[in-house]
Design a protein around this ligand. Structure first.
Ligand code: PRP
Ligand code: URA
Length: 206
């Protein structure tokens, strides 16, 4: 299932993120803010359990979250979404998935994978700001499934239709959540209009 989040604050911050002149510091800040707002919307149906607390005035029968969330950023650019979500969900565990896209073939190459043990019983949010050809996301989801993940949500900021179709075809059981669905890809596999190279803009490497 594809869901494009249309909240005005997400749209506004994404507009700032896209601007060519947005500096590395602001880019990092905005990406975390967008990810946090996305997490707020995505977690609207996570399970609650009943609990009773004592307020200074008396007993209160209420609810609290009783469900594990695992964040798995795809290195590097996915790292830019982690802190923003952890601010909303401080108990979330964090795995890491090291992938880069070969610039000639555009195929993903895995160089690191480390996940918590609780993957099978958790909601696993796979984080990457860019869903371009979908090769990286599809390979990462395959790896998550090998480690037992059953409830996977792919959370990307900008997606191309090509990437959405690839993930839907390879992993029809995975929810895809975007802040924007863009027009397509250029001949270098970049999302158009997109926001450029997310990793480089986030870490100031180019
Ligand atoms: C970017 C991006 C995704 C991937 C998307 O990473 O962060 O992981 O490309 O492309 P795809 O959908 O065509 O696979 P990149 O390979 O540039 O690595 P980086 O995060 O280290 O910059
Ligand atoms: N990776 C990026 O960082 N940007 C794109 O537009 C496509 C892949």
């Amino acid at each position: 299932m594809l869901k494009v989040l249309k909240h005005p604050l997400i749209t506004h911050k994404l507009t700032q993120l896209r601007r060519r002149e947005t500096c590395t510091k602001d880019f990092q800040h905005l990406m975390n803010e967008i990810a946090g707002l996305m997490a707020y919307e995505i977690t609207e149906d996570i399970p609650l359990q009943e609990t009773r607390v004592e307020t200074p005035v008396g007993a209160c029968d209420t609810h609290e979250v009783n469900h594990e969330i695992v964040l798995v950023p795809i290195l590097r650019a996915g790292l830019g979404m982690v802190d923003g979500i952890r601010r909303m969900v401080p108990t979330a565990k964090v795995g890491h998935m090291g992938l880069y896209r070969d610039e000639e073939t555009l195929e993903p190459v895995t160089y690191y994978a480390k996940f918590p043990e609780s993957m099978p019983d958790s909601t696993v949010m796979l984080l990457d700001p860019m869903l371009a050809t979908g090769g990286s996301a599809s390979a990462a989801i395959t790896e998550l499934k090998k480690h037992g993940a059953r409830n996977i949500k792919l959370v990307c900021i900008v997606g191309a239709p090509e990437g959405v179709q690839r993930v839907e075809k390879d992993h029809p059981d995975v929810d895809i959540i975007l802040a924007a669905l863009d027009v397509g890809l250029n001949d270098r596999g970049y999302i158009v209009p997109g926001l450029g190279d997310a990793g480089d803009r986030l870490f100031g490497t180019r």
